[in-house]
Ligand binder design. Structure first.
Ligand code: NAP
Length: 263
């Protein structure tokens, strides 16, 4: 088997996701919510997977109504391999198939490296790296017998740079591990699925809203774009990676950062 090759078609048709079924972890808020919206706007039916966001079912109903697609919320936990596998299996059963999985759930914390407790270190690795792997593995167990699939990870620029002034060695290590994991899976699973990463820079979500104003000032001085990115500004990249428009792209890490990583 070789990497799947779609027929040539009009470029806007290549971006079209009509009839596809997508699942997004962390899909009820922040980046994941805008990704879910983007996929639905491109025509996909979408399952949004949440852990604590109680308004997820209402959000799903709004996405379904606005885009005339099916959208449903599923509560799960990416740290629990059985639970996330059961959730993806349930989604595939409910929707009849599963074409696209976005492993986006993630958390951040900030401690000097020498002060991490084992629990603080493990929590980050368990959600950001183990959780993404369990999601990928669960997706592959559907994609492989189905013969096709598309997996997208939300990594981070923290995979390739060291953020300052915040100290977040565990987060940065988890995201660097994720980018390398995606490369491995892209090669291993080339017969039945494409695997890519999106690595955002500073995105205006709850994850950043907790930080002190001095940190933000320092970041702006380092970002040539001179502003944060709104989560909706990322959705086109996920639609591109999820669609036939990127059919020869696998194992890539798409950095979207207002040139933050360049100077
Ligand atoms: N914001 C940024 O500047 C930035 C930059 C680069 C990369 N990222 C990455 O982008 C992804 C999304 O982050 P965000 O900025 O949108 O943050 P956010 O608004 O804090 O959202 C985090 C999402 O992850 C979900 N989640 C957390 N722990 C989970 C768990 N154990 N099981 C299942 N779901 C879990 C949350 O679900 P609930 O809603 O149910 O709580 C939430 O939807 C993360 O992987 C993050 O590392 C963010």
């Amino acid at each position: 088997m070789v990497l799947s090759k779609p027929d040539n078609k009009h470029v806007l048709k290549a971006f079209d996701l009509s009839g596809k079924v997508a699942a997004v972890t962390g899909g009820a808020r922040g980046i994941g919510l805008e990704v879910a919206r983007g996929l639905a706007e491109a025509g996909a039916h979408v399952a949004i997977i949440y852990s604590t966001s109680k308004d997820a079912p209402t959000t799903a109903a709004e996405i379904a109504k606005t885009n005339n697609v099916r959208c449903q919320a599923y509560q799960s936990e990416v740290k629990d391999s059985k639970m996330i596998e059961d959730t993806l299996q349930e989604i595939a059963k409910d929707f009849g198939k599963l074409d696209i999985v976005v492993a986006n759930a993630g958390i951040a914390s900030h401690y000097p490296a020498e002060e991490y407790t084992n629990e603080q270190w493990k929590e980050i690795i368990q959600v950001n790296l183990d959780g993404a792997f369990y999601t990928a593995q669960a997706a592959a167990r559907i994609f492989k017998p189905q013969g096709h699939g598309n997996l997208i990870f939300t990594a981070s620029v923290s995979a390739i740079l060291v953020n300052v002034p915040q100290k977040q060695a565990a987060y940065n290590a988890s995201k660097a591990g994720l980018v390398q994991l995606a490369r491995c899976l892209a090669v291993e699973w080339v017969d039945f699925c494409r695997v890519n990463c999106v690595s955002p820079g500073f995105i205006a979500t709850d994850m950043l809203s907790v930080h002190p104003e001095e940190w933000r000032k320092q970041w702006f001085s380092m970002i040539p774009a001179q502003r944060l990115c709104d989560p909706y500004e990322l959705k086109g990249a996920y639609v591109f990676l999820a669609s036939d428009a990127s059919s020869y792209m696998t194992g890539a890490n798409m950095v979207i950062d207002g040139a933050y990583t360049l100077p």
